[in-house]
Design a protein around this ligand. Structure first.
Ligand SMILES: CC(C)(COP(=O)(O)OP(=O)(O)OC[C@H]1O[C@@H](n2cnc3c(N)ncnc32)[C@H](O)[C@@H]1OP(=O)(O)O)[C@@H](O)C(=O)NCCC(=O)NCCS
Length: 136
C-alpha cells in the first residue's frame, strides 16, 4: 500500500505516540510535551508515513548543527517489509543532508533482531569499538 511521507504536525502527536506503543520499545521521552519541545527546537525533525489517513510509520531526523541523529524509526507491524522503513530513513537522510549534516548516526539495540537486520541492509556502517554512555 502506498504511504505518503511528510513532516509531522502537532495534530499527529497522538497517533505517533500510539504507533510507538504498538511498534517500538517505550522510552521515557514518549510524550506530546517532549514532541512539542522537539519541534520547537528543530521544526521538521519528526517525519511520518501516512496511509489511508492512518500514521503507519515515523522517524525523527534530529539536527543540532553538529551531527544528524536518527531516532524513533518505526513502522506499524501490518506495514512492515514493504520498503517503508527504507523510505523513512531516506527522508530522514535527505532532511539532514539539506540542513548540512555531513555525519549521521543512529542507536540500534543489539538484541532487536529486526532492527539489526534492517540496518545491516542499509548502506550505513556498523561502528564497532564505540561505547555509549547515557544519563537519564
Ligand atoms: C526496523 C523496522 C523500522 C523496519 O521497517 P520495514 O518497513 O519493515 O523495513 P523495510 O521493508 O524497508 O526493509 C528493508 C530491508 O531491511 C531488512 N529487514 C527489515 N526487517 C527485517 C526483518 N524483520 N528480518 C530480516 N530482514 C529485515 C530486509 O533486508 C529488508 O529488505 P527486503 O524486505 O527487500 O528483504 C521495523 O521492523 C520496525 O518498526 N521495528 C520496530 C521498531 C524498531 O525496532 N525500530 C528500529 C529502531 S533502530
Amino acid at each position: 500500500m502506498r504511504a505518503d511521507i511528510r513532516t509531522a504536525v502537532p495534530e499527529d502527536f497522538r497517533a505517533v505516540l500510539a504507533l510507538w506503543q504498538a511498534a517500538a520499545e517505550p522510552t521515557s521521552t514518549d510524550s506530546a510535551e517532549t514532541l512539542t519541545g522537539l519541534l520547537r527546537r528543530d521544526p521538521g525533525a519528526l517525519i511520518v508515513a501516512e496511509a489511508d489517513g492512518r500514521i503507519v510509520g515515523s522517524v525523527i531526523a534530529g539536527w543540532d548543527g553538529w551531527r544528524g541523529s536518527v531516532y524513533r524509526l518505526a513502522v506499524a507491524p501490518d506495514h512492515r517489509r514493504d520498503g517503508l522503513g527504507r523510505s523513512l530513513l531516506r527522508a530522514a537522510e535527505d532532511r539532514l543532508a539539506e540542513l548540512g549534516a555531513r555525519r549521521q548516526h543512529a542507536i540500534v539495540v543489539g538484541t532487536n533482531a529486526s532492527a539489526v537486520a534492517f540496518w545491516r541492509a542499509t548502506d550505513w556502517e556498523h561502528q564497532r569499538g564505540q561505547q555509549r554512555f547515557t544519563k537519564g
